[in-house]
Write a protein that binds this ligand. Structure first.
Ligand SMILES: [Zn+2]
Length: 328
């Protein structure tokens, strides 16, 4: 009798321990992760993104580096960032020479989301787009789309507690050879480089006539940004493959050893770098999809992590994702 009683007690203890352990080690990550993603994703409004594309590509129009269109764009970016509550918007002018030897001034525009005072990892993330277009077109997709998504993410994150600094940067003069991002990267101190853990670049993310979303790294290798993007895609949209390509503002950050990737739809649309790159060919679904994926990926690093949360159902499971041959 005693022995049996003892066994019953022992099995009860085992059951209690098992119950306590179950959510920690065995629960699927899906629902908990989505609850976290939704803190950002549910607040991203595609109409805001579309409105920014409209303003940049239709109201302002062509935004070639060094033109009046670029100056209007810089004013618009400052005004928008300030309206989201960013007090000190940084405008960094720089000069460069065009292919013809002409000296031109262009600008990087940056809004910085500071982390919580009590929860600060000291780490930083850079989220980028380029606000210039080719001089002969309106660049609705290239890259008003990425800049519009950047603005909406800056708005959403402005009021989201994070333990990581997030720098939202609209680069200038990308079309002349990545001048803005190269100047920005050159100006980073060793300390800034050291604490920057990821760079997300959104360039051409809204064309209804382009292909699927792909993450390009300069060396064709996976990195933290593609890991985060693939996992976020599998949670809020679909798995995103990776591939190899330079040719955008992720390159200077990669060259500094910072994990960086370009988010872009490929194959490219027929309107690429033509005067037909206009808002008629912009898809709201694609804009929203990319903003959701990049927003969820950023939030996974930038949100306040606690051991309790990481052990529970909210820790997203790393996903297997695949290399896709680049086809542009
Ligand atoms: Zn571009």
């Amino acid at each position: 009798m005693d022995t049996l009683k003892h066994v019953k007690f022992a099995s009860l203890v085992v059951m209690i321990i098992a119950l306590m352990c179950t959510p920690v080690y065995a629960a699927p990550s899906g629902q908990g992760s989505q609850a976290f993603d939704n803190k950002v994703v549910k607040r991203i409004k595609v109409d805001n993104i579309y409105q920014h594309v409209y303003h940049l590509s239709e109201v302002i129009g062509s935004r070639g580096a060094g033109t009046e269109g670029e100056e209007q764009t810089v004013d618009y970016l400052i005004e928008q960032f300030e309206s989201f509550g960013y007090e000190d918007v940084n405008v960094y002018p720089f000069t460069f020479q065009t292919w013809d030897g002409e000296e031109i001034t262009s600008y990087n525009v940056e809004a910085v989301k500071e982390p919580m005072k009590k929860h600060n990892t000291g780490q930083a993330i850079i989220v980028g787009s380029h606000h210039d277009s080719v001089p002969w077109g309106q660049g609705a997709n290239d890259d008003a789309s990425g800049t519009a998504a950047l603005l909406e993410l800056a708005r959403v994150f402005a009021n989201t507690p994070t333990d990581t600094t997030i720098k939202f940067v609209a680069f200038g003069a990308e079309e002349y050879g990545l001048w803005g991002s190269r100047k920005y990267a050159e100006a980073m101190t060793p300390e800034e480089i050291e604490r920057t853990v990821a760079q997300f670049q959104m360039d051409m993310v809204g064309s209804e006539d382009a292909g699927e979303l792909v993450m390009f790294t300069a060396d064709g290798e996976k990195n933290l940004v593609t890991d985060l993007g693939a996992a976020a895609g599998s949670r809020v949209s679909e798995l995103v493959p990776y591939s190899e390509l330079g040719r955008s503002d992720h390159v200077p950050f990669h060259n500094l050893g910072i994990p960086a990737a370009l988010f872009i739809h490929t194959p490219l649309e027929p309107w690429y770098h033509t005067e037909d790159d206009t808002i008629e060919h912009i898809s709201k679904e694609k804009l929203k999809d990319v903003a959701n994926i990049v927003g969820a990926a950023i939030y996974q690093v930038a949100r306040k992590d606690t051991p309790a949360l990481e052990k529970a159902t909210v820790a997203p499971v790393p996903v297997d994702y695949y290399y896709e041959e680049p086809h542009l």
